[in-house]
Design a protein. Structure first.
Length: 355
């Protein structure tokens, strides 16, 4: 463990007065002022923390957090389960392969149209099951065409439990971060919670094998996250790069022990009326080492119409976007994973209103 980890993780009494330290560019934010054991409260002492998060969202769209209260053993357990799963033979992994009807499960990069992506993944939803199309009524399934169920592999045997335990913990962190982001926008801390009653949040296990020709491939090409908020755990190999808004340069994000990388997604950009922007990022491959990462994608209910919040718009700041139905938006984006198209993938700027 490096010196930074010792200062911020093991010895909080030696923490600098500022809650932000620049590590390879993006802000590193200490969340220790928040007591996660009290689910319905945010201490009054977090005013400085709220300002730092707001500044990070506005300037970078990315930041790292430490002292986040996600148990380290839960993170290590899912990391080990992921390593064991990806070490299985391809025939075994394909037993839980995703398809165009159920988007959850395993796939490898060669099965996608983007052959530059050098990786294999496994996806599972936090809430189960997910009905498509969704209903506002809990017990109304008359209009359900199909549902997404998690496809749990039989091996390793501890895989499902490790995934579900971790999901519960990282989801708590995501909601707490959304409260801080709401406060940074001048909103009530619980302003966003109603959008996630029937959320479509998912966790992805990524494996990037060593690439013998790193100059010819990317672990993951440049992109923006379509959802609300991403909470990423990466190993010590690293490879994530963020495109700096100020000059367009790519900045490598330094791995820090027991930290999470947070980034704003497209839906926060719309809700905030462009106050906070979803930022491009990519993953570089390594010629010698396997890389593993675990992003949690916070996503609203499929029936959610995402539009600039009324509290953030007025005559001087009119809405920039018309309403985006999340279910339709996500379905259009997911469709591109299974069919080649000469048409540009749908983007939030397609929903911009004339100014």
């Amino acid at each position: 463990m490096g010196e930074v980890d010792q200062v911020f993780v093991q010895a909080p009494e030696h923490r600098p007065k500022s809650s932000v330290i620049v590590a390879e560019g993006i802000p590193l934010i200490d969340l220790s002022p928040i007591n996660y054991q009290e689910e319905n409260t945010i201490p009054d002492s977090t005013e400085g923390l709220v300002k730092e998060i707001g500044r990070a969202c506005k300037v970078w769209g990315f930041f790292q957090v430490i002292n986040h209260k996600v148990p380290l053993d839960k993170l290590q357990r899912i990391q080990e389960a992921a390593r064991k799963f990806f070490a299985l033979g391809l025939e075994e992994k394909l037993k839980v392969r995703r398809d165009s009807v159920n988007v959850l499960g395993y796939f490898e990069a060669e099965h996608t149209k983007n052959v530059r992506d050098w990786k294999e993944i496994y996806d599972f939803n936090v809430q189960q099951p997910t009905f498509v199309p969704p209903s506002l009524e809990e017990d109304d399934e008359q209009n359900v065409q199909f549902k997404w169920d998690n496809r749990w592999p039989q091996n390793p045997p501890e895989f499902r439990e490790a995934c579900q335990e971790y999901a519960g913990e990282v989801e708590k962190l995501a909601y707490k971060l959304m409260e801080l982001i709401a406060l940074s926008l001048g909103l009530e801390p619980k302003r966003f919670r109603s959008f996630f009653k029937h959320n479509t949040s998912n966790i992805r296990l990524n494996h990037y094998p060593p690439c013998p020709y790193p100059h010819l491939a990317l672990g993951l090409g440049r992109h923006k996250d379509t959802g609300v908020l991403t909470v990423l755990a990466q190993d010590d190999v690293g490879g994530l790069e963020v495109r700096r808004k100020s000059d367009g340069e790519w900045i490598r994000v330094k791995p820090i022990f027991n930290s999470f990388i947070i980034n704003v997604g497209d839906m926060i950009q719309v809700w905030s009326n462009d106050a906070y922007e979803s930022v491009e990022h990519r993953v570089m491959v390594n010629s010698e080492k396997d890389r593993f990462s675990i992003p949690f994608f916070l996503k609203p209910a499929l029936y959610t119409d995402v539009k600039p919040l009324e509290e953030l718009t007025d005559d001087k700041h009119p809405p920039i976007y018309r309403a985006i139905n999340w279910g339709q938006f996500r379905t259009a984006r997911m469709r591109s994973n299974f069919a080649k198209s000469n048409v540009e993938n749908i983007q939030i700027y397609h929903f911009k209103l004339p100014q």
